[in-house]
Design a protein around this ligand. Structure first.
Ligand SMILES: Cc1cc2nc3c(=O)[nH]c(=O)nc-3n(C[C@H](O)[C@H](O)[C@H](O)COP(=O)(O)O)c2cc1C
Length: 361
């Protein structure tokens, strides 16, 4: 389903090479002023054609708001935004119905939808559908910021080159602000050159590379989330897995924590004035599915871009024979870079949903 949420409901529509894509968001609080320049800046971080590490397909990604806002302020009615597709080269994709790309959804999509799915540019599976998610996330982010909640992510790794990790218990506002506006967001910016070199090396050899993204949410009040099945991890994961190419998620110390002892992994409590805090944050701001008030921290694994120029084996579904494919068209050599604002946006949607659920928004 392309609809998500119980309290803030979104419905994402469109195909990569159709007339346009967009989103309907229902359940936003009324009277929220939205800074359109800030919103467009967020969409610009995801838009292609701006960075060498991304696809050269140029799309302006200008949202046209059809309803739900008056004088840049939410009215409480469903907010609908449409983004027209302008730069399509569908001939690049002819043949994918017959010879599916390894790693992409051409094969499973055609089985699931009986061959009626629009395969051009990846159709509804395209990463272009993350533009409406960033639109929604940019709206939610402003509503949350007004309540002291900040969201920022960074490139945690490209291949085996790692950035530093968030220092979990105390993440400075300046770092959150810098990362949430960055196009190649890193905590340690000295790693940019080697990461870019690796991406370029993959691109030049007709290949691609994967990586991980780490996201932090600061200022989250304690007491949100409803276990067993509507806890913070459940809700964040459900929207994060709507982002194409996400193959894993871990919270707090995650998989590394499984190798620790309780005495190492537990975060001891203390009073900071009237507020209960922890000095370490292996729990990533979540205990029992409920926010603790410490920063929420999670990491996502992003697979390497499936569409690569290098020749690979596939099948001819018409001839029922084995064959080969070399993918043409314009593709990201590394998904991670453009996915950072998408992950932040998904997190903003999840937090808005969770706060509404407990009546805190
Ligand atoms: C920001 C972003 C950009 C992407 N760019 C491409 C791309 O240029 N080429 C491609 O084949 N896949 C790209 N993908 C990934 C595919 O959309 C995805 O792998 C495909 O739909 C199959 O879904 P799955 O990987 O979740 O199983 C991108 C994903 C994201 C989030």
């Amino acid at each position: 389903m392309s609809s998500w949420g119980n309290y803030v409901k979104i419905s994402v529509f469109g195909e990569s090479h159709g007339n346009g894509i967009g989103i309907v968001i229902d359940g936003l609080p009324a009277g929220e002023k939205i800074d359109m320049d800030a919103l467009l800046a967020q969409m610009g971080r995801r838009a292609p054609g701006k960075d060498k590490a991304a696809t050269p397909r140029l799309e302006k990604d200008l949202p046209e708001i059809l309803s739900g806002m008056l004088d840049d302020t939410t009215t409480g009615a469903p907010l609908c935004a449409v983004i027209r597709n302008t730069n399509t080269r569908s001939q690049d994709y002819s043949g994918l119905m017959i010879r599916p790309r390894p790693g992409h959804a051409d094969y499973t999509g055609s089985v699931r939808y009986g061959g009626f799915n629009d395969v051009r540019g990846g159709g509804h599976f395209s990463a272009r559908l993350t533009a409406p998610i960033v639109f929604a996330g940019a709206v939610c982010r402003q509503i949350l910021e007004r309540r002291g909640i900040k969201i920022a992510a960074h490139i945690a790794s490209i291949g085996s080159i790692n950035d530093e990790r968030f220092c979990g218990a105390d993440i400075p506002d300046e770092l959150m602000e810098r990362l949430s506006g960055a196009v190649f967001g890193l905590i340690d910016q000295s790693r940019e050159e080697s990461m870019r070199a690796l991406i370029e090396e993959c691109r030049l050899s007709g290949d691609s590379i994967g990586g991980t993204i780490e996201c932090a949410i600061t200022g989250m009040p304690a007491g949100a989330g409803s276990p067993m099945f509507y806890g913070i991890e459940n809700v964040i994961s459900s929207v994060i897995f709507g982002v194409p190419a996400v193959k894993g998620i871990e919270f707090g110390s995650g998989f590394d924590g499984s190798a620790l002892r309780g005495s190492e992994n537990n975060d001891e409590f203390y009073y900071d004035g009237d507020t209960v805090k922890t000095r370490t944050n292996n729990h990533g701001g979540i205990l029992g599915g409920i926010s603790s008030g410490m920063p929420i921290i999670f990491r996502t694994a992003m697979k390497p871009t499936p569409s690569i120029a290098r020749e690979q084996k596939t099948v001819d579904l018409e001839e029922k024979t084995d064959t080969v494919i070399s993918v043409k068209g314009r593709h990201d050599p590394c998904i991670v870079v453009r996915a950072v604002p998408v992950i932040e946006s998904a997190a903003a949607l999840a937090v808005t949903e969770l706060l509404k659920e407990v009546g805190k928004l």
